[in-house]
Design a protein around this ligand. Structure first.
Ligand SMILES: [Cu+2]
Length: 94
């Protein structure tokens, strides 16, 4: 993600209710089966942001986390080129 740029999020769930949250930002969004939650989120500074689930969603809940890397906007293209092909993914249905 480019830091300091508003990102359009589309969040849903393929199974049960989850809650998308970002540590270090006061942000949470519901991830609900059959519903696409749209929102705008801005990662204000470059860094690695933990993205844990904040809704108890089942046996694997405590391992359900991801990470977002916010990079300086001017570095985004170079950073993207350095990703392995399996790291170049978009999340969720379009
Ligand atoms: Cu969970």
């Amino acid at each position: 993600m480019p830091a300091g740029v508003a990102a359009h999020l589309r969040i849903t769930s393929a199974d049960v209710e989850h809650k998308f949250s970002v540590n270090g930002l006061d942000y949470q969004a519901e991830a609900t089966p059959g519903v696409v939650t749209e929102d705008i989120l801005n990662f204000p500074k470059p860094g690695d942001y933990d993205v844990p689930c904040r809704e108890f969603c089942g046996a694997g809940h405590y391992a359900m986390r991801s990470e977002v890397r916010a990079v300086p906007r001017e570095d985004l293209r170079e950073d993207f080129r350095n990703l392995r092909p399996d790291e170049r993914v978009t999340c969720g249905p379009r």
